[in-house]
Design a protein around this ligand. Structure first.
Ligand SMILES: Cc1cc2nc3c(=O)[nH]c(=O)nc-3n(C[C@H](O)[C@H](O)[C@H](O)COP(=O)(O)OP(=O)(O)OC[C@H]3O[C@@H](n4cnc5c(N)ncnc54)[C@H](O)[C@@H]3O)c2cc1C
Length: 407
């Protein structure tokens, strides 16, 4: 792998990928496998992204009682029939192959009883969530990064995309760097720059689970270049943001806590919703419970309800929630002995750039994958389907972008 500043002024590549989360890494690795000369540009370091923060897991229909068709039905139902059925079909039918590919790249999913340890996540009718302990996103990005770094692609770190414009042989990208403005030419471009919930939360004076690089300017750049978007107003609240202690505020308590038995209870200790319902339904139920005066206040006066984590078995917690346990215990609370305080927190951009099955946007030669793309989840994403989207549509985008650039 090469690193800037080995890149000359106005360097030229076949495929330029923007963003080093799971989708960008997957696209870059796949474009290179398809024979393209690849550059991967990212705002800060290769490691900095939301993908690496993902804990819970990734969906794929491996259960005996499950199938990709049932997975697709769950996605469509959770989206309230707003997802694009063609994209959902690709997502769910290629899920098993995506898991196999991640394993080839070195990801070791947690196993039990001769198969994968599967959990049921919110909105799912079957146990379908594969995990790597509770650091699934870290494991996936590390494996993909290792794969990228062992190839011949060029990493353009500390390159913030500022403009994208058509060029006679493809696209010209302008970056802000520490050394000033840098321009790169590419036959095709893959936008994999994630969502905007960090910036959105700042503007709303709310907490967010997101990495500070989730600021959304690449979507605006694509729109300015003429790309179409959908459902951009549909932002997702994670039902279980940490509310107390202060060190856990903005932390996303993995949905797998609820998959392994934790339930939401109000001030009177009563369950007030199906804790494994779709995310928008569960978040709304919490907002409503607090509005009815049935919530509790954190010691610093924030609204909250209880997540009764004492119902999780010690074995499940040790295998599937060790990071969460460490974080809370470090803050002086043992979730296996006492309930924890939680409140919804801004988490995910459901909508994004319109793409087709090959992840091409409405601009020829510009592809989009991961959180920046819209349609796969409609207006309400299920947990575990974003990492899957990155590893299904990232490779599709990389391969199609390589073919386009080499045509
Ligand atoms: C705390 C947390 C827990 C989660 N848990 C799960 C889970 O268990 N399962 C699941 O499926 N999903 C989960 N998600 C969602 C999922 O992780 C993300 O939606 C997904 O990984 C996004 O991947 P991405 O590649 O699209 O974007 P990201 O991983 O966000 O990467 C975007 C990249 O683009 C770069 N970038 C941004 N702007 C620019 C610019 N102008 N120029 C150059 N580069 C730029 C960033 O630096 C970054 O490298 C979680 C998210 C969070 C925040």
């Amino acid at each position: 792998m090469g690193y800037y500043p080995a890149v000359p002024e106005l360097a030229e590549f076949d495929v330029l990928v923007i963003g080093s989360g799971a989708s960008g890494l997957a696209a870059a690795v796949s474009a290179e496998s398809a024979g393209a000369r690849v550059a991967l540009a990212t705002k800060t370091t290769l490691q900095a992204c939301n993908s690496a923060k993902a804990q819970g897991g990734i969906q794929a229909a491996f259960g005996q009682d499950d199938s990709s068709e049932i997975h697709a039905q769950d996605v469509l139902a959770s989206s309230h029939d707003t997802a694009d059925p063609k994209l959902v079909e690709v997502l769910t039918s290629e899920a098993q192959a995506a898991i196999n590919w991640l394993e080839e790249c070195g990801v070791e999913f947690t196993r039990a009883n001769g198969g994968y340890r599967l959990a049921r996540c919110g909105g799912a009718s079957r146990k379908r969530l594969l995990q790597v302990g509770d650091r699934t996103g870290h494991a996936i990005t590390k494996a993909l990064r290792d794969r990228f770094e062992s190839g011949s692609g060029t990493a353009l770190t500390h390159h913030t995309l500022a403009e994208l414009s058509p060029d006679e042989n493809g696209w010209q990208a302008t970056f802000a760097t520490r050394e000033g403005e840098v321009r790169v030419l590419a036959g095709s471009v893959v936008l994999a720059a994630g969502g905007r919930c960090y910036r959105e939360a700042q503007e709303r004076h709310e907490l967010s689970t997101n990495h500070a690089n989730a600021t959304g300017e690449v979507t605006r750049i694509a729109l300015a270049a003429g790309a179409e978007a959908r459902d951009l107003d549909a932002l997702q609240y994670h039902p279980n943001g940490g509310a107390w202690p202060t060190s856990m505020q903005g932390y996303s308590i993995p949905e797998t806590t609820r998959a392994y038995g934790a339930v939401l209870v109000n001030a009177d200790g009563e369950e007030f919703t199906d804790s494994l319902g779709p995310r928008d339904t569960v978040s709304q139920a919490i907002f409503d419970e607090v509005a009815k005066g049935q919530g509790v206040l954190t010691p610093d006066g924030r609204p909250a309800v209880w997540l009764d984590t004492t119902r999780i078995s010690e074995e499940d917690a040790e295998i599937s929630l060790p990071y969460m346990l460490r974080r809370y215990r470090g803050g002086g609370i043992d979730p296996l002995n006492e309930k924890i305080l939680t409140y919804p927190v801004l988490h995910y951009q459901n909508g994004g750039l319109v793409i087709d099955e090959h992840a091409e946007t409405t601009l020829e030669g510009v592809f989009a994958c991961g959180e920046i793309a819209g349609g796969t989840h409609g207006r309400n994403r299920m947990m575990g389907n974003s990492l899957l989207e990155c590893t299904v549509f990232g490779p599709r985008a990389g391969k199609a972008a390589a073919e386009k650039a080499q045509a």
